[in-house]
Design a protein around this ligand. Structure first.
Ligand code: ADP
Length: 497
């Protein structure tokens, strides 16, 4: 009992109710056992029907022969006659009847047309009247048989026909033979058959259970391998791609997992790169500050003018550090959820005017002319702070990377769905191979030049994130040495996902 309980417990652990293994096991078991059981029951049942049928027809044939003898010996008419010839022929027929009833462990009764029992091999009902539905039907010429498995006998009626009637004359039923025989031999045979079927079915069940266990374990093994491989990756033993090519399904799962793994690796790498870049970018101004301060400390009697110059440099480095930190914070904010957007309906023309008003003095310093061309009044649902950041960054870049006496053209247009904000410049342009990377964090075409003019390499990255948060697009066109154009396309109505 204990071992069975233990076995069930182990099975439950290995095959929880929802497991595929259990389902395969159950399906194989049912598919294997049910037909076997049905066939087994069918064989026994079929044997019983056939055996009863066969027994009835054999006995009926014998009875017909005896019936003929009854007629030929005129048994029905002379059953009481004491004449020697009649007695002899009656004894012959009686012996036949006796033999028949012994052979089939049964009882035969001969009933004459007055429903009187003229012969009963049991000797009980002789001389009595026997009227039953079967007997009456038999007198009308019907052969009836009835199997009663509960009481273990087969009952049948056989008409005794007058075969001596001439051709053309109607055959007359002179009497009826009412026979009941035991089904003992059929039952014995069926018991043996049942035993055999049971043995075969037990062996079959054992084979099917073994097959079900083997199949369920084998068919689910690839899934275990996937789980193990994923666990290995999770635990850090391996970071190689998984391969379990056993089924099309496992290939799909593994493909999806490998894609996820590749994405996570790329994310991890970009995070590492980002951390390395941030550290490097933050370290550079600090190194400059330290070099400047050290040289002031080492020198003795430093003239006040030099002190001032160095201090100015230190302040500008600190400003730079500050700008990097501000930009980084802005970037982190962009990475947050879209819910952080503060969407309001805004007059974009006014916003552009305001931004250009702030930036024009800086452009003027570089002798860059800024032109604003508005095709139509535009009102859109945007986040004002982020929109200001987008526009300021693009116009600032156009000033920073412009040539002397250059120009900037800012255009604002809209259709019924989107508004477009375009900043074109006559600046230094962007090399073709850099165009794809221009929006990456800390990417700068010319690092030293960008640093010189106070760039952090984060501006376009921030801009792109802000545009995407508005479900817009940023398109960049540029020819190196000739100029660039940045096109921002944003839906007029904010699309809530
Ligand atoms: P930065 O702070 O260095 O300007 P950005 O992310 O704004 O960083 O820009 C990334 C790089 O893209 C810049 O360093 C510069 O090389 C290039 N760039 C951006 N805007 C322009 C432009 N209008 N013309 C030419 N180059 C540009």
């Amino acid at each position: 009992m204990k071992t069975i309980r233990k076995l069930i417990e182990v099975m439950r652990q290995k095959m929880p109710l929802k497991s595929l293994r259990l389902r395969i096991f159950a399906i194989v078991l049912v598919a294997g056992l049910v037909p076997g059981l049905i066939v087994g029951v069918g064989i026994v049942q079929n044997y019983e029907d056939r055996a009863v049928e066969h027994r009835i027809s054999t006995v009926q044939n014998q009875l017909k022969i005896v019936a003929n003898h009854l007629i030929s010996n005129d048994y029905m008419a002379n059953y009481r006659s004491e004449e020697q010839t009649y007695r002899n022929s009656r004894d012959v027929v009686d012996a036949e009847l006796e033999m028949l009833s012994n052979l089939y462990e049964g009882r035969v009764m001969i009933i004459n047309s007055n429903f009187k029992v003229v012969k009963d091999t049991y000797g009980i009902s002789q001389g009595k009247i026997m009227i039953s539905e079967e007997v009456i039907k038999c007198f009308q010429g019907e052969n009836l048989s009835n199997y009663d498995p509960e009481h273990g006998y087969i009952e049948m009626t056989t008409p005794i026909m007058d075969t001596t009637a001439n051709a053309g004359e109607q055959e007359v039923v002179k009497g009826v033979m009412l026979t009941s025989i035991s089904n003992g031999s059929i039952v014995a045979m069926m018991e043996m058959l049942n035993r055999r079927v049971m043995i075969i079915e037990t062996l079959l069940a054992l084979a099917i259970v073994t097959l079900a266990i083997i199949l369920s374990v084998m068919m689910t093994r690839p899934f275990n391998r996937i789980t193990q491989a994923i666990m290995d990756v999770n635990a850090g033993y391996s970071d190689a791609s998984i391969s379990v090519p056993d089924y099309a399904e496992t290939v799909h799962i593994v493909d999806a997992f490998n894609q996820l793994l590749a994405r996570m690796r790329a994310l991890d790498q970009s995070r590492q790169e980002f951390v390395a870049n941030v550290s490097h970018e933050l370290k550079t101004p600090m190194t400059s500050v330290k070099v400047l301060a050290d040289s002031l400390l080492v020198e003795q009697d430093v003239p006040a003018q030099l002190y001032r110059e160095f201090m100015e440099d230190i302040v500008s480095e600190i400003d730079r550090e500050n700008k990097i930190i501000t930009d980084l914070l802005a970037l982190v904010k962009m990475d947050k959820k879209v819910q952080d957007l503060n969407i309001t309906s805004l007059n974009i023309n006014d916003l552009v005017e305001l931004i250009l008003k702030r930036l024009r003095p800086i452009a003027r310093k570089k002798d860059v002319e800024v032109v604003f061309e508005s095709m139509r009044p535009v009102v859109a649902e945007v986040d004002e702070v982020k929109m200001t950041l987008i526009m300021t960054n693009l116009v600032e870049n156009a000033i920073k990377y412009n040539k002397e006496h250059g120009w900037i053209k800012v255009e604002l247009d809209a259709d019924h769905q989107y508004f477009t904000f375009t900043v074109s410049d006559s600046g230094i342009g962007i090399p073709e191979d850099s165009l794809a990377h221009i929006c990456e964090r800390f990417y700068r075409v010319d690092k030293s030049h960008s640093r010189e003019i106070g760039g952090t390499g984060l501006g376009l990255s921030i801009t792109k994130s802000a545009v995407l948060m508005h479900r817009g697009t940023l398109t960049i066109n540029s020819v190196e040495g000739e100029g660039s154009s940045f096109v921002v396309k944003i839906p007029l109505n904010y699309i809530v996902s």
